[in-house]
Design a protein around this ligand. Structure first.
Ligand code: S3P
Length: 194
């Protein structure tokens, strides 16, 4: 006897309603949720997720803190640039970049050319609260995070402006932030296809 047909899977909100033509790269200051939101975005689109910082650590066989200690920020940026270039040559995925990635001109150039860039933005008071007591970030190891973040607003906001999409996530949950990113991506891609 033939078994009865499998019931159709339920329509869930998690089902992607559109596809991504190329890698989506999340940019923005430390603590804004690039990794957490990136993972959720990857789940949503059934795409691989990759975190540039983790890939740099793998490639160097050392932690980010050790790379900074041994080669300084310039050495770190150089490795970061090479790793991001390699990741952008691979098939479409969701890529979380480190907060300072766009300070390297080649990284900006390659991201512009090969990815849809999404700047996740939120108030630095929210960010300072999130990164407090997380000593793995070398740039805030011996400093007040709010001072570092204020400097980064001045030096990096003009660079993040290159992003294709800006999403202000406020102090919202990551689930809500994901919805905001999905809406913005959809609008952006609808615009591209016109
Ligand atoms: C950095 C941010 C970090 C990491 C490194 C440098 C920065 O990544 O790349 O510590 O310059 O802002 P997150 O933005 O994921 O914290």
């Amino acid at each position: 006897m033939t078994p009865p047909p499998e019931p159709a899977p339920p329509e869930t909100a998690a089902r992607p309603t559109f596809t991504l033509p190329r890698t989506v790269a999340l940019v923005g200051l430390m603590g804004v949720g690039k990794t957490t939101i990136g993972r959720r975005l990857a789940d949503h689109f059934h795409l691989p997720f990759v975190d540039a910082d983790e890939e740099i650590e793998k490639a160097a066989g050392r932690s980010i803190a050790d790379i900074f200690a041994e080669f300084g920020e310039v050495g770190f940026r150089d490795g970061e640039q090479r790793v991001i270039a390699r990741l952008l040559d691979e098939p479409a995925r969701i890529l979380a970049t480190g907060g300072g990635a766009l300070t390297h001109p080649l990284t900006r150039e390659r991201l512009k050319e090969k990815a849809i860039t999404v700047w996740l933005k939120t108030d630095i008071k929210v960010l300072a609260r999130r990164v407090a007591n997380k000593p793995h970030r070398p740039l805030i190891k011996d400093r007040d995070p709010i001072d570092v973040l204020k400097e980064h607003v001045k030096t990096r906001y003009p660079l993040y402006e290159m992003a294709d999409i800006v999403v202000d996530t406020g102090d919202q949950s990551h689930a809500r932030a994901l919805e905001l990113v999905l809406d913005a991506l959809k609008r952006h891609l609808d615009g591209e296809s016109k």
